[in-house]
Design a protein around this ligand. Structure first.
Ligand code: M6R
Length: 607
């Protein structure tokens, strides 16, 4: 969702900004633009579509090589269509200020009324153009642009990460954040501000995670972080990023998604790092918290599916009752009835999902401890949670989440084992046996993934033209069915629905005919006989079935896909990449934009 980068330094700034935007492409966008100062003016160049269109336009701008300070933006439309006049940067009426913005200013219509009454005109439908003009207006009575910027932001309600350039200060960038990600990068003789670390990672690993209600003023050699409220200076810890650009590049794979699916064995290994001691799980982050009497898991999309999967383990192994809820529903519940010793677990790869962050804040307001399970270090959710567990999966670039789910599942399994120890839900021997199975997963997956990829490819050729799909599963396979359907629809735009297999006969089965296939998770577990009955019901309506199953089971279906056997629920770690690979292959075969599916953003920072 919208990518921002600002740069002040000693290099030609526009190429730095364009490359930074390219490294933010995974966030999804429909137009892009840059602003830079030169010859006493602010120049803005914008284009719809991909960055190549913007570069094409920049090639005709003669001053692009000279500036050493610039800012850029990739826009994912919220207010107004994805057309050039709505693309960022936006300028104030007198041309003195330019702004890029990620987020939504909720009261922009009211602010606009005031500005229109004062004679301001608008060429876009965006809230950003209102904000930049509000700064121009407030500057008339402010000592300087910094005070005007702060005053305008105090009047704006909503979410934002913004960068501002002033024609009068060619080497300066102002930036601020409120509930949208913004990270400050400190280089040598150059400074950066961006929505995410990869934007500037080739130049510096030193970062400051800006917080809500902060403004930064940066030049090539200086920076100040200030409180928005009263412009008091604020001192921040400087963090050093451990991962490098290699981790954020395709490394020979056709797409980031494929690379990330194949990274899952390594993700499991890394997830274990620092979490084992003397053959048992240690999660120091949880030591200070009581074992919850009841856990409320709150998340969106794939992270929500991880939560549904994790419930089985937490209840079965650790005897912790679990409720799982979608964050956009949880945040608006009129009354969530928490009991003493309840805990909320928010799961988010990005740590920036607006609904999940709002759910976290709502729960904290009720005085309930909130545990965050995040991948992105220093993200908003990670910082605001009472305690955070990092999934340690490395950067996930593809918009479709794959390895993040695997890492979340691992952490949920480790949490269940950890609380099982404290709750005496499992014996040491039982925990060790389970841990040995988990520890064997990387080798098992490394060996199995190439054949699974091949089978996914074969099946994709047969089913790519299908317009509808059901995914069915029971028990721990039900969340995986939901995830399989989500992956297929988001990547290939084929309508797919995930269902609890037992629920089919209560209505959905009416849709079954020979052109409507069903992907069934028919793994070798206690619920298999029930699943087989549901499969037979589908076949009785001439529905074709693909059964994802284990060797040696007697299945009479259209297509069988055998994967290595593991005891339930750990079998999910093998079923998951199969589902991901099938969706990947269908989408790639259909020529879809696998890493950046239409209409989607990696990090959903609006409601
Ligand atoms: O960053 P988060 O885990 O909070 O993101 C949640 C969802 O937006 C995300 O999982 C989304 O559903 C993905 N497109 C799934 O592939």
């Amino acid at each position: 969702m919208c990518g921002i980068i600002g740069y002040a330094g000693h290099r030609p700034a526009v190429p730095v900004v364009i490359e930074g935007l390219r490294r933010l492409e995974y966030r999804g966008y429909d137009s892009a633009g840059v602003a830079f100062s030169g010859h006493g003016n602010l120049h803005v160049v914008r284009a719809t579509g991909k960055l190549a269109a913007l570069e094409e336009k920049l090639a005709h701008e003669e001053s692009v090589i000279t500036p050493t300070c610039a800012m850029g933006h990739t826009r994912w439309a919220t207010h107004g269509a994805p057309v050039e006049r709505n693309a960022h940067p936006h300028c104030s009426n007198d041309g003195s200020l330019a702004m890029v913005h990620n987020g939504i200013i909720e009261n922009f219509q009211e602010l606009k009324v005031e500005l229109v009454a004062k004679g301001y005109t608008f060429s876009s439908e965006t809230d950003t153009e209102v904000l930049v003009n509000l700064i121009e207006e407030r500057r008339k009575n402010a000592p300087d642009v910094l005070h005007a910027f702060a005053e305008a932001l105090r009047e704006a309600h909503g979410t934002y990460a913004v960068c501002l350039m002033d024609r009068a200060e060619p080497g300066v960038i102002y930036a601020a954040r409120m509930s949208a990600p913004l990270i400050f990068g400190l280089g040598t003789g150059e400074n950066f501000v961006a929505s995410d670390i990869p934007a500037f990672l080739p130049f510096t690993r030193k970062v400051i995670f800006l917080e809500d209600g902060e403004i930064v003023r940066l030049t090539a050699t200086t920076y100040e972080v200030l409180h928005l409220e009263d412009l008091r200076p604020k001192v921040h810890e400087i963090h050093t990023i451990a991962w490098d650009m290699q981790a954020a590049q395709k490394s020979g794979y056709r797409h980031f998604m494929l690379k990330e699916i194949f990274e899952q064995p390594r993700v499991i290994l890394d997830g274990f790092a620092g979490r084992m001691h003397e053959g048992d799980v240690v999660l120091k982050e949880l030591d200070a918290l009581p074992v919850p009497r009841r856990l409320h898991i709150v998340a969106c999309g794939t992270s929500y599916h991880s939560g549904l999967w994790g419930r089985h383990l937490l209840e079965h192994w650790a005897h912790v009752p679990v409720q799982v809820e979608i964050a956009s529903e949880f945040r608006y519940r009129e009354a969530v009835l928490f009991d003493k010793d309840d805990m909320v677990l928010v799961i988010s790869q990005s740590g920036e999902t607006a609904d999940t962050l709002a759910a976290l804040r709502a729960a904290k307001k009720c005085g309930v401890p909130v545990l965050g399970l995040c991948n992105v270090v220093g993200s908003s959710i990670a910082r605001e949670a009472s305690a955070v567990l990092y999934t340690q999966a490395g950067p996930e670039i593809s918009v479709a989440s794959t390895k993040a789910m695997c890492s979340q599942m691992l952490m949920l399994a480790l949490m269940a084992l950890y609380w099982a120890r404290r709750n005496e839900g499992m014996t040491l021997q039982e925990r060790r046996t389970t841990l040995a199975l988990l520890a064997g997963l990387p080798d098992l997956l490394d060996a199995a993934l190439p054949a699974m990829h091949q089978r996914a490819r074969e099946l994709s050729r047969k089913y790519a033209q299908t317009r509808n799909f059901f995914y069915l599963g029971r028990g721990h396979c039900y969340p995986l069915a939901l995830e399989g359907a989500l992956k297929l629809k988001e990547l290939s735009y084929i309508h797919a629905e995930g269902y609890a297999a037992g629920e089919m006969k209560h209505g959905p089965i009416a849709l079954i005919d020979p052109s409507f296939p069903t992907f069934v998770l028919a793994l070798d577990d206690a619920l298999l006989p029930k699943v087989v009955s549901n499969m037979v019901e589908v076949q009785a309506r001439q529905g074709k079935v693909i059964a994802l199953t284990n060797e040696g089971l007697d299945m009479h279906v259209e297509d069988i896909w055998e994967i290595p056997r593991l005891p339930s629920p750990l079998a999910g770690f093998v079923a998951l990449p199969a589902l991901q690979l099938f969706s990947y292959e269908v989408a790639d075969y259909l020529g879809k934009d696998v890493d950046q599916p239409r209409n989607l953003a990696k990090s959903v920072t609006v409601e």
